[in-house]
Design a protein around this ligand. Sequence first.
Ligand SMILES: CC(C)(COP(=O)(O)OP(=O)(O)OC[C@H]1O[C@@H](n2cnc3c(N)ncnc32)[C@H](O)[C@@H]1OP(=O)(O)O)[C@@H](O)C(=O)NCCC(=O)NCCS
Length: 181
Amino acid sequence: MPDPTDAAPDPGQPPTPGSIQESGANPARLLQACDLQACLALDGAALGGFWSESQWRAELDGAGRLCLGIDQPNPEAPGGLVAVACGWLVVDELHITVLAVDPAGRRRGLGRQLLEALLAAAQARGALHATLEVASGNQAALALYAACDFQTAGTRRGYYRNGQDALIQWKRITTAALAGR
Ligand SMILES: CC(C)(COP(=O)(O)OP(=O)(O)OC[C@H]1O[C@@H](n2cnc3c(N)ncnc32)[C@H](O)[C@@H]1OP(=O)(O)O)[C@@H](O)C(=O)NCCC(=O)NCCS
């Protein structure tokens, strides 16, 4: 997973008053190849340009990939895409590769809504576990994963370019774990 903590807008900043609504207003939907430009725009705004166009194309098109997004009308987010989450399904494990919410839409529950939708979609496709890596300094993401019952299963020392460690997060996906938060 990207470490946007030294490249993109501060993930801990308070929400900007304005157009992006609370979570639940719009359901998560499956993203497709036609969402490429919206994904690139959101990647630029939320992650400082994490993936190239060809990487996004592969993520949206590739076998075993699962990409979900949430749309909301917002002049600052072309295509209306305000949150995106992707993962790779490998046998019975979901490897989450990206989770990002437009900076103007944070702390409204969208990240959690989308993460839970991704876990549910993966479970429906046979996933029993989910895993991801997060920078040890990414307090917003760590708080979100803890709130969603992820556990730290290991550390990759100095994994990120800025020297931060990656904390491996792991969660068993069960119907009870998804419903009983
Ligand atoms: C991490 C991220 C996806 C969270 O999205 P979000 O929509 O703001 O998160 P939510 O509003 O759904 O928050 C759900 C819970 O996560 C925790 N949380 C989220 N952001 C937090 C923050 N800045 N500080 C502390 N806790 C936070 C809280 O427990 C929150 O529940 P609460 O609002 O009821 O207290 C978002 O900050 C983001 O896109 N960051 C940049 C990209 C990134 O770091 N992705 C993860 C890479 S591993």
